[in-house]
Design a protein around this ligand. Structure first.
Ligand code: ADP
Ligand code: MG
Length: 698
């Protein structure tokens, strides 16, 4: 495939295609709708739909679908063909404006967290014209938001779009204060780095835990893990390379700017990073990327694992959410400027993010909570569960100087007076710096690193956008009434640093000392999902989300219920899978080996005890036999716990019981199984081992 520029976006109904295929007035009307986020008139929609259909049919499409993101975290689609009968046993290919802008999928089987009890069961999908339509698998896909009939958000996209509006409103108020009248829109941009594992499909299919749960529920440590760091950025194996090549090409066809690909720290772990884009588009693209990763892996005889922690003891997978604010005129608001005045503006946005992360640290933690991510956060890898910000030494000194009203003695002496300060450009993040920070400033953007690899980026971003919008709103409220802008601005920045610098931490986030220090600073350390979730409902957080019209109170409650339900269901599935695997594979393996040993012992004994000593076999058999007793006991305990937890009505109490009782029983059972794995012969052990799985792709 040589002609990449031509390939790029070839399956997308993007701007050049629209310009070419739409009448000028229709094109203009559509662009205006997109720019202003308004509804599309039906006559315009009809023309757009027809042009889209013609384009799609030429590309071989036969169907169309509204493509949306319900609360399941994966995308949903229901395909309708373009065909319409016209009599005489003839058909034509048809697609109307009505079908383009609005769909009515049956909403009743998607999670609604109780919203359906109070609202109508039906839902509808509405076109998000800011995200281009595209062709996937012979279907024209229309990116849409998914709501209940009374307008309650039932998906991940709606609050994200609302939060982008909120941030736009507040950021514009700030820019106006700085005399900027030309900027019409402020958008948030995101570049999500996606980590994943690739293993051989055959190994995958032999591990029911991977098939049902996406992670291994058992597995003793392999002799060689990641300790030599020889996989990180290592040469890419041929099979992986051909997978990556096809993936890149398919992504490019969909207008997704796949840019970087490399091997990650753990064996069989890799990463893909696209070039950043407007957040809702980045979110759509990341969903597509994950979907294509799975599909293309399958074509190559591989399985792609997106779970946060597929293998215990081996690094898990995250998603680094690089986030910034940019204007429609192309300025990055988190880039230090060239003039003192620009820098005052930069500093205000910077301290706004610092305050937002401090004030809403609990809500940010909620936004990355899931059963899968609980295995990572705080588990001595990836970022800890404590939210803090890394700003780097240089910026830290500058903030200190600003707070103290003293001069900054960096590379050059800078007088720290707002409006008189030319800031140095901060070195951009290099890969190894501050890998432990959950939220790191990297020169002209923040890298939010707590997201799990399987996440939709919508949740964490709508929370982040809302938090920042809220602080910008507080700032604008104060400064809009100022009679001496520069002076009040300086005082505000100083005050903000003073009040919120506790969230800044530039040290090693994995260090135990940090946990104590964070506690001393009063930062929250919400280790697990059930601990974090109640923060969703605190007055401060509900107020912020409703004040900026990102979620209504009912929507917040529904999401709270959905997350807890998802947490419980995930652990329940894992527990049931574990019970099945122990019964169907582990116990037969262990008994089979014991039987072989017992036979050997009795045969030796029949040959004569003195000539054929049997102590060694007997010691091993005894060990196996004792472990089998523990195994069956622990299996029984787990079964009992999975039944006991069902009687709990309250979702939070249920989640706690899943964590404290069911998950605890699973962990104990696992220890025994892993011990057995290390002594049972390979011939009898039917499950592929960690070593076999992790080194399965050659
Ligand atoms: P690293 O691995 O060192 O963090 P990468 O180059 O892999 O760096 O990823 C950086 C990501 O940040 C890329 O997706 C890049 O497009 C994105 N990025 C760069 N500038 C911005 C910005 N202004 N807003 C959002 N994301 C950005
Ligand atoms: Mg990164």
């Amino acid at each position: 495939m040589n002609d990449i520029p031509n390939l790029y976006g070839s399956m997308v109904f993007n701007d050049p295609v629209m310009r070419l295929r739409l009448p000028k007035d229709i094109y203009k009307a559509l662009k205006k709708t997109i720019a202003e986020g308004r509804h599309l008139e039906l006559d315009v929609a009809n023309v757009v739909a027809n042009a889209m259909k013609n384009w799609a049919v030429e590309k071989g499409a036969t169907h169309f679908t509204h493509w949306f993101q319900p609360m399941t975290g994966v995308t949903a689609e229901k395909h309708d063909s373009f065909i319409a009968p016209v009599g005489d046993d003839q058909i034509i290919m048809e697609f109307s404006g009505k079908e383009l802008v609005r769909g009515e999928p049956d909403a009743s089987s998607f999670p609604s967290g109780g919203l359906r009890a109070t609202f109508e069961a039906r839902g509808y999908t509405a076109w998000d014209p800011t995200s281009y339509a595209f062709i996937k698998d012979g279907s024209l896909c229309i990116p849409t938001a998914f709501c209940s009939y009374s307008g309650e958000a039932l998906d991940k996209k709606t609050p994200l779009l609302r939060s982008m509006d909120a941030l736009n409103r507040q950021a514009l108020r700030i820019l106006r204060l700085f005399g900027n009248k030309s900027v019409k829109r402020v958008i948030t941009t995101v570049g999500p780095e996606q980590e994943y594992f690739l293993i051989d499909k055959e190994m995958y299919l032999k591990r029911p835990d991977l098939v049902y749960c996406g992670r291994t529920l058992f597995g003793a440590r392999p002799p060689k893990g990641q300790e030599l760091d020889d996989h990180y950025f290592g040469a890419i194996k041929a099979r992986v390379s051909s997978f990556m090549k096809e993936l890149d090409e398919e992504l490019w066809k969909l207008g997704i700017l796949a840019k970087t690909r490399h091997n990650e720290v753990a064996p069989a772990q890799h990463e893909l990073a696209p070039i950043f884009d407007t957040t809702n588009i980045a979110a759509d693209h990341n969903q597509l990327t994950m979907e294509l990763m799975k599909r293309i892996a399958d074509k190559h005889g591989l399985a792609c694992l997106l779970h946060e922690k597929p293998f215990a003891g081996i690094n898990g997978s995250g998603k680094h959410n690089n986030w910034s604010l940019s204007t429609d005129t192309g300025a990055n608001l988190l880039e230090p400027g060239e003039t003192p005045f620009d820098n005052a503006q930069f500093l205000l946005f910077l301290v706004a993010v610092i305050q937002a992360v401090d004030e809403y640290q609990d809500l940010l933690r909620v936004s990355v909570a899931s059963a899968g991510n609980d295995h990572r956060l705080g588990a001595n890898e990836a970022p800890p569960a404590i939210v803090s910000i890394f700003v780097g030494e240089e910026l830290n000194d500058i903030l200190d100087a600003l707070e103290a009203g003293s001069d900054y003695h960096g590379k050059e002496r800078i007088q720290m007076e707002i409006g008189a300060t030319v800031l140095p450009h901060f070195p951009k993040d290099t890969t190894d710096r501050n890998r432990t920070s959950p939220f790191a400033f990297t020169g002209n953007k923040f890298e939010y690193r707590m997201l799990g690899s399987a996440f939709s980026i919508s949740g964490p971003n709508f929370i982040l956008n809302t938090a920042v919008a809220d602080v910008l709103c507080q700032f604008a409220d104060q400064l809009e009434h100022s009679s001496n802008f520069m002076q009040d601005l300086g005082a505000l920045i100083k005050k903000t640093i003073k009040e919120h610098k506790r969230i800044i931490f530039n040290g090693n986030g994995y260090d135990d000392a940090w946990v104590k220090e964070a506690e001393r600073r009063g930062l929250s350390n919400l280790k697990t999902t059930p601990e974090a979730m109640p923060c969703y409902l605190s007055k401060k957080n509900v107020d912020a989300l409703t004040r900026h019209q990102v979620l209504t109170e009912q929507e917040i409650h529904s999401r709270y219920e959905i997350f807890l339900e998802n947490y419980c269901k995930t652990i329940n599935i894992e527990a049931l899978a574990m019970i099945d695997i122990v019964n169907q594979e582990i116990i037969p393996s262990v008994f089979g080996y014991q039987n072989e040993l017992a036979k050997l012992i009795s045969r030796k004994k029949s040959l004569g005890k003195d000539d054929f000593p049997t102590q060694v076999e007997e010691v091993l058999l005894k060990k196996l036999s004792n472990l089998s007793v523990v195994l069956v006991q622990r299996l029984e305990t787990l079964s009992e716990q999975t039944i006991a937890v069902r009687s709990i009505e309250d979702s939070l109490e249920s989640a706690k019981a899943y964590r404290d009782d069911v998950f605890a029983a699973m962990s104990e059972l696992r220890v025994t199984v892993d011990e057995l794995e290390m002594i049972v012969s390979k011939k009898h052990w039917t499950l592929p081992t960690y070593a076999e799985i992790l080194y399965s792709v050659n």
